[in-house]
Ligand binder design. Structure first.
Ligand code: C2E
Ligand code: CA
Ligand code: CA
Length: 943
């Protein structure tokens, strides 16, 4: 029996081989060698499972602990079986252990591999999500997704298709194919029907993945299959699903035999597809949001731009408004024409670049140009020139504005032979000064440097302003020429060289001129020059219309608000009248802003405004408007850098059947306003029963007057009229007094206005005349006269002359000793008629005096038309003689000269001081009356 080898080299070698083997095959080979080394010639095999049993011939030994494999050895002949078994068992155990080790190693490797793949997938999905939310462009994002999918499977040819089930259109946001010579256009919509029955169509239509070659796919679909594009060896498409419906698909395809898709790829791609869909959706939402944000931003920017433009326009409007307002003011506030021009320059400078500025005026004959004002960097003087071919003349000729840069000037030179006189400028802007539809001059600005150029807007602005300047200029010039006219007249009479006839002719010319000015003034009489609002006349006119309508249809209720600004005088005195005027201007605007279309706000003068509210429903509605106006005017006013506060009190009168005239409503609103003020300002008051009651006391006065007439409560007092140089009495003025049973002696100021209003003034006068004439014979000594005051209303009666003469005859008074005193107002009421009446009276010996001269219209034009014997200089001028600064000496002197030239006698009224008397005497004023010489007193006092 051969000995069993000890652990010799061979065995050792075989054992190492076994232990080092890292694969199943190596293991088996090593095991076989071990057995051979143990028992040469024995045969050995490995069985699957430990199914076979041991028998005489074979030994079957399980390998390791898991008896899935067994070692099957054919027993060599002649071996001690037990010994052999023992050794083989050792080998089997070794083999088994090694086999187990190898198996678990393989398991480990596999799971590492799996984990790696899972990680790769995970990373891919992350990257996809990442891409979706990145701000890169869509094509870049899709390319990145393509790369990611390429890292998971073979995806050299790859496309994404998106499908809109509603419009049944599809588009390819991404398409890469190495073999397709005619790829579909990127991102263009086309109908799904264009690819009908293609694999993609089925994919979108059925919403299930498709995989395989053309034939394989045909088996997966339930209809005909058509080919699109080159035929692929393998094709894998998965739908992008949204709520169970396909909204797109991802497709990979292969043209290579060695690259094919597996079920695992399909699962993977399906999985990735859902992520791609979410990513695309999120991306789209993100873009949509971005687009909306951009849109909104754009909208806001636009709104902002519009707002800014509005603000600018507003500012410009305000600036312009202020400028126009200043220009209107300038005509009356500047002392001289030169100052006026300079001020205009300043105002224009506030609106545009006016470093170089001039005013050119055409002479009366239209042949030469004067430059009464010029400010210029280069041309220090601009002398008068005869009309030539300059830019200024061009504007004069055409009567329209001219904006000329160098090109335009060249063109004008070529076409009209226009040559710029003076230093040539880079930009020239001139506008005509048009007055009464006649171009009287040009206002021009120019620039010598490129940085200042004028635009069309500047031209418009200057043109606009020019109307106002021309207007103001004309007013200013009229005022100036009037002043001059007075001056010239004075001088001429002073010289006493010319004949009276000559003076008269001059005078007539002055009168014509003056009348022209008056016409213009009349034209402006319907608007207030400061605020541009309608004035009292216009308001009364509108009020009259509203009243008329109301009386025809009593449902057409309307209301009048009368308001004035509280404490305005204080503001005016403390901040200056310019600011005060500005405040009035703004206040007018605010009031107007509270009203609706047909309503009118008018400035009545000073700080008084009135509003006509048409179509108002009732008193409360008018009160609501009043409350609104009060709130508006309570807001601070921004005037330059100052912020001022004012408030208003409002009186309201509502249309009612007893109103006959517009003035009555205005009067009642005024009365109510005083109530509002008395009750603590900043409030409104409705003219109501209580106020009506107050008005009733007025009625009482009227009743009293009537009673006074029947009870002969009136009596004449007399004031002496004297020669100023020596004080001798030449006559008396009779003055009305009322001996009221309860109130005592009343002067005309206390009741005459009411009497004029209710028509009793005439009756009172007649009573007075009778009494005066009764007492006249006693007062009239030598050739004294008595003058009686005549209310203007008398001239409405055709019986005046007859009645007066009868009365004179009745009392045997010589008409020559009686004078009548009439006011300017009375003369103007019905000039032709009054003139005839006065002429007839004069013919019968009764002379007329013009009373209160200088306080009324002071128009020279009518003086010479009327047969006036004397002219009474109003007390206010006489009183002003006392003050050297504001002295009225020139005025009184002018009146005196004028009266002299017209052959009128002058009587100065209200002489109270010796100084006044002396001043008048120095001016050769012949007659006077006043407290200095004697106060009015009953006739008995003078006897
Ligand atoms: P008038 O015609 O200007 O009369 C002169 C007024 O000046 C008078 O006021 C007289 O008292 C006042 N007076 C005279 N000298 C002085 C003086 O030195 N200083 C001051 N401060 N005042 C002086 P009276 O009497 O109150 O009359 C006021 C006006 O009433 C008159 O102004 C006249 O327009 C009107 N009037 C007066 N009597 C009659 C009348 O019989 N018939 C009519 N229709 N009107 C009359
Ligand atoms: Ca008088
Ligand atoms: Ca008078």
């Amino acid at each position: 029996m051969p000995a069993i080898p000890s652990l010799d080299t061979d065995f050792e070698h075989a054992l190492v081989e076994l232990l080092e083997s890292s694969h199943r095959a190596q293991l088996i080979a090593a095991g076989r060698r071990l057995v051979h080394v143990l028992a040469p010639g024995s045969r050995l095999g490995l069985t699957e499972g430990a199914a076979e049993e041991n028998n005489d011939r074979h030994l079957v030994l399980p390998l390791g602990e898991m008896p899935r494999h067994a070692l099957k050895v054919e027993l060599p002949a002649g071996f001690n079986r037990a010994e052999f078994e023992r050794r083989i068992a050792l080998v089997a155990r070794l083999l088994g252990a090694k086999d187990d080790q190898l198996r678990s190693l393989r398991h480990l490797r596999e799971s590492v591999h799996r984990l790696e793949r899972a990680e790769r997938l995970q990373r891919a999905l992350y990257t996809i999500a990442d891409q979706a939310s990145s701000d890169r462009d869509m094509p870049d994002v899709l390319a990145a997704m393509h790369r990611i999918i390429g890292s998971l499977m073979y995806a050299e040819n790859f496309y994404i298709v998106l499908y809109d089930p509603q419009s049944e259109t599809l588009r390819f946001p991404y398409f890469v194919d190495v073999a397709d010579p005619d790829p579909p256009p990127i991102d263009r919509d086309f109908p799904l029907s264009e690819i009908v029955y293609s694999p993609t169509w089925y994919l979108l239509h059925n919403g299930v993945p498709l995989m395989g070659g053309f034939d394989a796919i045909r088996k997966q679909v339930d209809g005909p299959l058509t080919r699109t594009g080159p035929s692929a060896v393998d094709w894998l498409g998965v739908p992008l699903l949204h709520e169970g419906r396909a909204v797109g698909a991802i497709v990979v395809q292969s043209y290579r035999e060695d690259a094919r898709y597996t079920a695992q790829d399909r699962t993977l791609l399906s999985y990735v597809a859902q992520h791609v869909r979410t990513a695309l959706e999120r991306r789209r939402a993100h873009e949509e949001l971005g687009r909306r944000v951009a849109e909104r931003t754009e909208e806001l920017t636009e709104a902002n731009r519009v707002l800014q433009r509005q603000v600018l326009e507003r500012q410009r409007g305000e600036r312009l408004q202020a400028a126009l307002f200043r220009i209107a003011e300038l005509a009356s506030t500047t002392d001289s024409l030169d100052a006026f021009y300079a001020a205009v320059h300043q105002v224009v400078g506030g609106l545009l670049y006016a470093r170089n500025f001039f005013i050119a005026l055409l002479d009366d004959d239209g042949q030469s140009l004067r430059f009464p004002y010029s400010a210029d960097e280069f041309d220090t003087t601009r002398s008068t020139r005869s009309r030539g071919k300059g830019l200024t003349e061009y504007v004069l000729d055409h009567g329209t504005a001219l904006l000329a840069d160098s090109d335009e000037m060249e063109r004008l030179q070529a076409t009209h032979r226009v040559v710029q006189s003076g230093t040539s400028s880079i930009c020239w802007l001139g506008v005509p000064l048009i007055c009464n539809e006649r171009t009287v001059g040009v206002l021009a600005v120019q620039s010598y440097s490129a940085e200042h150029r004028y635009s069309k807007a500047d031209q418009e602005l200057l043109t606009f302003v020019s109307y106002h300047i021309a207007n103001a200029l004309e007013r200013k010039r009229s005022a100036e020429s009037l002043k001059q006219a007075y001056g010239e007249l004075e001088q001429r009479v002073d010289e006493r060289t010319r004949s009276l006839a000559e003076v008269n002719r001059d005078l007539r010319q002055q009168i014509i001129k003056r009348e022209r000015i008056e016409q213009r003034l009349k034209y402006e009489t319907l608007h207030d020059s400061l605020t541009g609002l309608p004035n009292r006349s216009l308001l009364l006119r509108r009020l009259g219309n509203a009243l008329e309508r109301y009386r025809q249809d009593p449902t057409q209720i309307f209301a009048v608000l009368f308001l004035d600004l509280d404490r305005f005088k204080v503001i005016n005195d403390s901040v200056g009248h310019l600011v005060g005027d500005d405040l009035l201007f703004q206040a007018g605007g605010r009031i107007r802003a509270c009203l609706k279309a047909p309503d009118v706000v008018a400035r009545l003068g000073g700080d008084e405004f009135a509003v006509l509210l048409e179509h108002i429903s009732d008193g409360p509605a008018a009160c609501r408007v009043a409350a609104r106006v009060i709130t508006e005017l309570n807001r601070p006013f921004r005037l330059g850098v100052k912020e001022l506060f004012t408030s208003t009190s409002i009186g309201i009168a509502l249309a009612a059947p007893h109103y006959r005239r517009a003035e009555e409503l205005l009067r009642d609103a005024d009365t109510a306003m005083y109530r509002a003020k008395a009750e603590g300002r900043q409030r409104y008051a409705l003219f109501d029963e209580r106020l009506r009651h107050q008005a009733m006391t007025l009625l009482e006065l009227e009743n009293d007057l009537r009673r006074a007439l029947t009870r002969n409560e009136f009596e004449p007092w007399f004031q002496p009229i004297v020669r100023i140089d020596d004080g001798t009495r030449v006559g008396y003025e009779s003055l009305l007094r009322w001996r009221h049973p309860e109130r005592g002696l009343l002067g005309p100021d206390e009741f005459l206005a009411v009497a004029e209003e209710n028509g009793s003034a005439e009756h009172i006068d007649w009573q007075m005349f009778a009494l005066v004439l009764e007492q006249a014979p006693r007062l009239l000594k030598d050739d004294n006269f008595i003058s009686i005051n005549l209310s203007g209303r008398h001239f409405r009666s055709h019986r005046l002359e007859r009645r007066l003469l009868d009365l004179l005859a009745q009392h045997s008074v010589d008409p020559k000793s009686i004078r009548i005193e009439v006011t300017e107002r009375a003369l103007l009421d019905n000039p032709a008629h009054v003139k005839r009446t006065l002429e007839r009276l004069r013919a019968r010996g009764i002379a007329a005096s013009l009373d209160d001269f200088g306080t009324g219209y002071s128009s020279l034009s009518y003086l010479h038309q009327y047969p006036l014997q004397s002219l009474k200089i109003d007390r206010s001028f006489v009183a002003a003689l006392d003050d050297e600064n504001t002295g009225s000496t020139p005025v009184v002197r002018a009146i005196q000269l004028l009266a002299d030239s017209l052959g009128m006698q002058v009587i100065a009224e209200g002489i109270e001081t010796e100084r006044q008397r002396d001043a008048l005497a120095a001016m050769h004023c012949p007659l006077g009356q006043g407290f200095l010489f004697g106060r009015p007193a009953p006739a008995s006092d003078w006897l």
